[in-house]
Write a protein that binds this ligand. Structure first.
Ligand code: GDP
Length: 441
């Protein structure tokens, strides 16, 4: 995401931060470049104009030009502007306490990812200890009910359906009384979508909003559609009043125009982003972290949080115990690889680690090499994985053959493993056995 914008901003940051002095002309040139990058990224024209004007106004002031570090001051302005256009503070869901039923209504065009997002949100809330109930009120698309049922089953969240009903209001009404009888604290209502914004869709939604007065009325919008997503958000907000936006397919959108425009054009905050097709591919939207990513400052916070979520306390404890007792084996090593893979591609990971992208010098991470390391471990016998010391020259040859690699690569892997094991042990000692293992990878 944000590929082009990011490249331009990073170019500017690189060329301007080093300068001892900058002139209004330097700023003008940089802003011009930014303008084109934003337009190319499908950022709304009005937003581009505002961004450019504000940046010029703030950057040409005495405070920047006369400062001892004008370059840094300029970058700070860019960063603050990006954060502000992305929506400033992180906006979380506003739900009631667990003793009172909360309602989340999801609206959006067909294909925007509404049904998938319903399940993603259910899983997100479940992980936070809430007890959600999914309600299938998208009666316009018959397959939507089945889809929600399947998704609900996969995350072990109940789904309320009523196939005999033609009126979504009736379904929701029954779901409400059903919820009161069950141990449920949050209703997530998947409503109908159409191919385009039309009167009927808006009327149906308005009626539902009136009936339910939901705590959250979220618009699910497809980031890949760029300005259309912004127009849709505007239309929904004007017609029914939305409390926020979930921007889906963020993983496939390389331009990022919708993310930068929605807040300014509609006033509604982006609360979550969809970053893949799987049920756990949902992330809270943090304007400051996205701004850092665009400027290439890395994003440690997201990384640390992901790692934390993936490694449950118990697992970490087991691992620490193993390291302490020196029983950390290649099997555990392999498991760690697989965990890192679960976090997404390594390239994605590198974007999050400060300095890593710069260190790579634009070179792609060699994911193939990582896969080869994995293949090598998989070609070992369980005994070898548990005790690599028994791996002599003939075993090395066999492993290399089995994994389609070379003895040199087998040796390198064994060396890496040993280095990692020692490093982990040292870190554990230093950190006094804190649960910080996964981030050391
Ligand atoms: P609905 O018609 O709005 O209910 O849309 P669906 O939930 O059926 O989603 C439409 C398609 O978009 C499906 O193929 C989903 O897997 C896909 N999808 C949904 N959210 C995301 C996302 O965040 N990223 C990607 N890559 N695909 C998504």
């Amino acid at each position: 995401m944000f590929d082009r914008i990011s490249a331009t901003f990073q170019d500017i940051v690189r060329s301007i931060t080093g300068k001892a002095t900058i002139s209004p002309k330097n700023i003008e040139e940089a802003v011009e470049q930014i303008k084109y990058a934003l337009l190319e990224a499908d950022v709304h024209v009005r937003v581009v104009r505002r961004f450019v004007n504000q940046t010029i106004q703030e950057a040409t002031g005495e405070r920047v030009l006369k400062s001892v570090t004008p370059g840094q001051q300029f970058v700070k302005i860019l960063y603050d502007k990006l954060v502000s256009f992305l929506g400033d503070e992180r906006q979380d869901l506003t739900l009631k306490g667990p003793d009172t039923l909360s309602i989340i209504l999801l609206a959006g065009l067909q294909g925007s990812g509404k049904t998938t997002t319903a399940a993603k949100l259910a899983l997100h809330l479940k992980k936070k200890g809430r007890r959600p109930l999914l309600v299938a009120a998208d009666l316009a698309r018959p397959a939507a009910i089945d889809q929600l049922e399947t998704l609900g089953a996969s995350i072990d969240v109940p789904v309320y359906t009523d196939r005999s009903q033609k009126d979504p209001r009736a379904v929701v009404k029954r779901a409400l009384s059903h919820a009161k009888r069950q141990a449920v604290d949050t209703l997530i209502v998947d409503t109908a979508g159409r191919h385009q914004v039309d009167r009927e869709l808006m009327d149906e939604l308005s009626r539902l909003v009136r009936d339910l007065s939901p705590d959250e009325a979220l618009l699910v919008a497809d980031a890949m559609t760029g300005q259309t997503a912004v127009d849709v958000a505007k239309a929904f907000n004007e017609a029914v009043g939305i409390t926020g936006v979930v921007l889906t397919k963020f993983d496939s959108d390389t331009r990022g125009g919708a993310a930068l425009s929605i807040r300014t054009i509609t006033g509604a905050p982006i609360k979550f982003i969809g970053v893949g097709e799987k049920v756990d591919d949902l992330e809270p939207f943090y304007p400051d972290r996205i701004a850092s990513r665009i400027l290439g400052m890395g994003d440690v916070v997201t990384l640390v949080e992901k790692a934390r979520e993936l490694t449950e306390a118990e697992e970490a404890e087991k691992l620490q115990e193993k390291i302490k007792k020196a029983t950390f084996t290649l099997e555990d090593y392999l498991e760690q690889f697989q965990k890192i893979k679960k976090m997404g591609s390594l390239q994605k990971l590198a974007e999050l680690v400060p300095g890593m992208e710069a260190a790579l010098g634009g070179q792609e991470i060699d994911e193939k090499a990582i896969r080869r390391e994995e293949a090598i471990i998989l070609s070992m016998t369980p005994a070898e994985r548990r005790n690599p010391r028994i791996i002599g020259p003939s075993r090395k040859k066999r492993i290399a053959r089995g994994s389609g690699t070379s003895v040199y690569e087998v040796n390198r892997l064994l060396k890496n493993f040993e280095k990692t094991r020692l490093m982990m042990k040292k870190m554990l000692k230093q950190k006094g056995m804190q649960q910080s293992m996964p981030t050391s990878w």
